[in-house]
Design a protein around this ligand. Structure first.
Ligand code: PEP
Ligand code: MG
Length: 325
């Protein structure tokens, strides 16, 4: 396989035999939106909204958030923009939110757990801003929830969605409920993937967190870096199981962890059946070029062989043999 780093494909791509694979960008700052577009991203597969809340004294109000989401939609009028609701806690801190001093923050109150608990007001404000942005003409907004571990959490989040919609309705404000999804980042979510997929339109696999939790190897700990490798059979099988559960429940499924941006893994990920890959904008051109060179049937066979590999070394060996072809 050759790499085509300099070629920018502005249009959506398919595999050589015509299977559509959405190639989107991960964005953590409004300034990155234009760069993502320039590199040919089909849309935004993960808009990390923490930037709105960082480096300030208090949370942004509804209007400020509404404007930020509208800007993202205007940058991709023909694509999908997947906004993740506030994901604070763990490695992500905000002083004015008074996060508890936990012994084990990665296993503590983070992501949706805070949105359903101490940050419920912020969650409602963010949903109001998002639903108003979704009603405006440009683009397609999708919203996903981070660090979900149970269907009950998703049900509670969906109840808030309904409550926010009812309030906007009663106020006579223009709104629309966007496409909704769940990030698959915990082993609990992998095992509950059928129940989660049943309730929403899409799943998005966050392999940065999923790998740390499946392997019990913290994200920032270099001592366990080798263990924390998404090419571990256990992680690959968790991914495969999630994809299967999504498709069986008529949900589309993407991946927005770092793994999705490695062109050496693109054929494996497409072979596993992912509908969307979202990554740092710099890797979009190379991944798009790689998708175009893939034959779906070959990729599917390769992926099922990789899933049978007993060790990480076997997985790496299969990937290397495949990319050397
Ligand atoms: C992930 O966990 O894989 C992910 C995409 O989210 P973040 O890196 O922001 O935690
Ligand atoms: Mg994460």
């Amino acid at each position: 396989r050759t790499t085509h780093e300099e070629t920018i494909h502005e249009d959506p791509v398919t595999t050589a035999d015509g299977t559509a694979v959405e190639v989107a960008a991960n964005v953590g700052q409004p300034a990155e939106l234009e760069g993502a577009k320039a590199r040919g991203a089909d849309g935004i597969g993960l808009y990390r909204t923490e930037f709105l809340f960082l480096d300030r004294e208090q949370a942004p109000d509804e209007t400020e958030q509404y404007e930020a989401y509208t800007d993202a939609l205007e940058t991709f009028p023909d694509g999908r923009v997947v906004v993740r609701t506030l994901d604070i806690g763990g490695d992500k801190q905000i002083p004015y939110l008074n996060l508890p001093d936990e012994e084990n923050p990665f296993l503590g109150e983070r992501g949706i757990r805070r949105s359903l608990g101490p940050d419920a007001d912020l969650f409602e404000t963010q949903l109001r801003a998002l639903f108003r942005a979704a009603a405006d003409g440009d683009g397609q907004l999708s919203v996903m929830f981070p660090v979900v571990a149970t269907p009950e959490e998703l049900d509670a989040a969906l109840e808030t969605v309904e409550a926010v919609a009812e309030t906007l309705e009663a106020e006579g404000v223009d709104y629309s409920i966007p496409e909704l999804g769940v990030m698959i980042e915990t082993p609990g979510a992998v095992f509950a993937a059928p129940e989660l997929a049943e309730r929403v339109e899409f799943l998005s696999i966050g392999t940065n967190d999923l790998t740390q939790y499946v392997m019990a190897a913290a994200r920032e700990n270099e001592r366990v870096a080798e263990l924390r490798d998404p090419r571990r059979p256990a992680v690959l099988r968790a991914i495969a199981r999630t994809i299967e559960a999504a498709h069986e429940n008529d949900a589309w499924v993407g991946m927005c962890g770092e793994m999705a941006g490695d062109p050496d893994l693109t054929e494996l990920l497409v072979g596993l059946g992912l509908d969307e890959l979202s990554m740092s904008a710099v890797t979009v051109p190379d991944v798009k070029a790689t998708v175009r060179s893939i034959e779906t049937e070959t990729a599917t066979e390769y992926a099922s062989r990789a899933l049978e590999a007993p060790t990480r070394e076997h997985v790496i060996d299969r990937i290397q043999r495949n990319t050397d072809q």
